[in-house]
Design a protein around this ligand. Sequence first.
Ligand code: AMP
Ligand code: ZN
Length: 469
Amino acid sequence: MALSLYNTLTRHSDPFTPIEDALVRLYTCGPTVYNFAHIGNLRTYVFEDILKRVLRASGLAVRHVMNVTDVGHLTSDADAGEDKMALGAAREGKSVWEIADFYWQAFRADMQRLNLQEPDVWCKATDHIPEQIALIRTLEEKGFTYVADDGVYFDTSKLSDYGKLARQDLKALKAGARVEMSQSKRNPPDFALWKFSPKDKQRLMEWPSPWGVGFPGWHIECSAMAVKYLGERVDIHCGGIDHIPVHHTNEIAQAEAALGHQWVNWWLHGEFLVMAKDESGAGGKMSKSSGGFLTIATLVEKGYDPLAYRYFCLNAHYRQQLAFSWEGLDAAAHAFAHLKKTALELRKGYTGREKPLAAAMEEFLTACQDDLNMPRALASAWTMLRTPASPGELYATLLAMDEVLGLGIAAMQEESVGLSEAEIQQYIAARQAARKAKDFDQADAIRKELVAKGIVLEDGPAGTIWRKA
Ligand code: AMP
Ligand code: ZN
């Protein structure tokens, strides 16, 4: 079995080999901590978690570094707009430091609920200002920077292969088609390494630097911290696809200009989660303004197990766009509940001495190693559960597969409500039938009977779901 991964840099899947035998240096761009992560953001982190687990299941050790963007990330990619941290602080009447800490902890809680393994190193941008300044100095010494009115910029015209990741047409960019041209820039794709604080105003977060008081540009933190914690050569760097044209393109430019050699061998990007279009045609981008800003807390409030969302993500390949709908999540939640029930049944026959079924494991891992083909891996898990083997062997195999799936098989418990999932579903179906027959008294009686048993039903756009009272 050989692991192959799709590399955005080469635009094809290649057999993966780390620079150093059996140790993978992995950097993933982390959250900007001015608000909760939405489930779109979290889809990208689920994909990165699967990557990490597949690397480990392939016999490789992983050193994983993730940053926390707690400063200098402006509302627009083009170095313009307001600081998101300051906006969060103003919105909630807290200090920027409180905002950063609160939303970082909230992010870690989401990670835990989705069974995402924490990185080996967390690094905050605000804890690494000297490293970022040192990197900018190196770039300055090598002649890649210029100082403008509002900051220090990276001169993209000095780097012959600028834009190689996104394969951007620089001539088109020069015509101003894609990137806003600010007064201070020499070339449209140039980007800020250091921004000066406004002369008449003290910013909430600012630091002295050799060029003046200000704050780092958005991209420099990742290059500086990746080099600090992973060294000058990185095996894999990940993020969502939106990072290809600007953030990762600029990370490559500044790191490779400073280091003088290729920096990252593999770039992996997760496709977006979008809102499925409804009858009115609404949907699309996941953002606050479109009403599609869904968080893990929203799912929990509606009675979903966060791991049902993880299951939902595993049903799509990470390089395919995934449309979110409540119907789709319901289907995933049902399949996940069925898996849970099966696992609990099988566990009764498990002694702890059974070995995973070799052929099933091979099929499963082959799918995982084929550029993380999790829909195929999940299907192979279901096929395995139907093979003629002892419950103990099936359970042992499911446990081994769960090292990658991360669905929490070992920790699953019987619901303490005293009814099985199937029994609850029978009640729900009987109530549906009563409502359809306009026998509302009977429907209400069924609902009350469930309440007495500690179960609350909720009717949503995608049908009825239950939760413990
Ligand atoms: P941010 O906190 O905005 O830097 O985003 C965190 C991560 O989520 C980045 O890797 C983004 O590329 C990714 N991301 C943003 N929106 C989506 C989305 N709708 N679906 C999947 N990933 C996303
Ligand atoms: Zn980054």
